[in-house]
Design a protein around this ligand. Structure first.
Ligand SMILES: Nc1ncnc2c1ncn2[C@@H]1O[C@H](COP(=O)(O)OP(=O)(O)OP(=O)(O)O)[C@@H](O)[C@H]1O
Ligand SMILES: [Mg+2]
Length: 331
């Protein structure tokens, strides 16, 4: 890492717009509308951290992760890895960074070729990254062992595994490039609850044992609380609050984060569940450039929320809500 680079990954003002050329049913009319999936969002991850990115379905989490890996081209912004700008690099110059950053997807069955045995799938990764140690088979077996999978798996096809086993093999595939940063995009959402903990523990152990840095994408704040050191809460493509996990849970400032937290089921029949405080989206602010992104659903909205919102940051805890100012004054 260069002397100056304090962060392994530094994403600044990332924007991703999808152009919708023709609306469904518009009979050939070019509507030229767009979806702003990620809207001027920034986050910074230090080496060895597990950083959560959390929000409801469709808020832009996967798009953010895919832009970081440049699986899709960002519209604008900056993505720095160890202080080096990645946007604008040629595919050849980008390749070593693609090796350092790997991704695990939500659905392991969809992310593997069903017609290839596990050995062939894993060998392909070594070939792609031109890793020729002369002991490829041993390297693969050793990596499978790290995720608790026996070498007998090599001669099987994806459909012969359970979801949890196959997700562990997908993690092993990601590890073969010897990444420093793993983007885990909802890696346990498709798994049975009983299996989720196994996979989460493997990720936590990899973080501890090989200092693997992680961007952990999830819609589930309880999973993020279990695994992550820090997290960002994203709503409609905008990061509305971020900070250390303890701050997010114990000093929650943003009404959206509060709503997500109140949606976590409490495993105690004696304790009454909180009502989730969130209005039905009336889309009152749709298309507005200024103003709070959460305005139309916020139970605590005020007229001032229609104006520009300046983020408030105290000791690394950031919140994009005018209520945060009051909360800070009370500290
Ligand atoms: N290729 C695409 N073309 C057009 N719109 C897209 C495309 N990919 C994503 N979107 C839109 O961008 C927004 C963000 O999608 P994204 O998949 O990043 O959300 P997400 O937070 O990962 O959701 P989920 O929790 O369901 O995985 C959504 O409105 C989605 O419909
Ligand atoms: Mg997603």
């Amino acid at each position: 890492m260069s002397e100056r680079a304090q962060y392994l990954l530094e994403v600044t003002d990332l924007v991703k717009e999808f152009k919708i050329k023709r609306a469904f049913g518009s009979k050939g009319k070019n509507t030229n509308s767009k979806v702003v999936a990620v809207n001027h969002s920034s986050l910074r991850i230090k080496k060895g951290e597990i950083y959560g990115l959390v929000g409801e379905s469709g808020c832009g989490k996967s798009t953010f992760g895919r832009c970081v890996l440049q699986l899709i081209p960002p519209t604008s912004g900056s993505i720095k890895y160890e202080g080096e700008e990645l946007l604008g690099l040629s595919p050849k110059k980008l390749l070593p960074y693609k090796k350092k950053m790997q991704i695990v997807f939500q659905n392991p069955y969809a992310s593997m070729n069903p017609k290839m045995k596990i050995r062939a799938t894993l060998k392909e990764v070594l070939k792609h990254f031109e890793i020729a140690s002369g002991r490829e088979e041993e390297d693969i077996i050793e990596t499978l062992r790290m995720v608790g999978i026996e070498k007998e798996a090599l001669d099987k096809y994806p459909h012969q595994f359970s979801g949890g086993q196959l997700q562990r093999i997908a993690i092993a595939r990601a590890l073969l490039g010897e990444p420093e940063l793993l983007i885990a995009d909802e890696p346990v959402s498709a798994l049975d609850v009983s299996i989720q903990a196994q996979v989460l523990n493997i990720l936590r152990d990899l973080n501890r044992e090989i200092n693997l840095t992680m961007l952990f994408v999830s819609h589930d704040l309880s999973v993020v609380q279990y695994l992550c050191d820090k997290a960002a809460v994203i709503y409609n493509g905008v990061i509305v609050e971020d900070g250390a996990i303890d701050d997010l849970y114990n000093h929650t400032w943003h009404p959206y984060t509060k709503a997500l937290l109140s949606a976590i089921p409490i495993p105690d029949p004696e304790v009454e569940e909180n009502d989730i405080e969130m209005l039905t989206d009336t889309n009152e602010m749709a298309g507005e450039q200024e103003g709070c992104v959460y305005y139309s659903r916020c139970p605590r909205r005020q007229d001032a929320c229609k104006g520009e919102i300046q983020p408030v940051t105290v000791n690394g805890h950031m919140c994009r809500c005018i209520l945060a100012k009051e909360a800070v004054q009370e500290i």
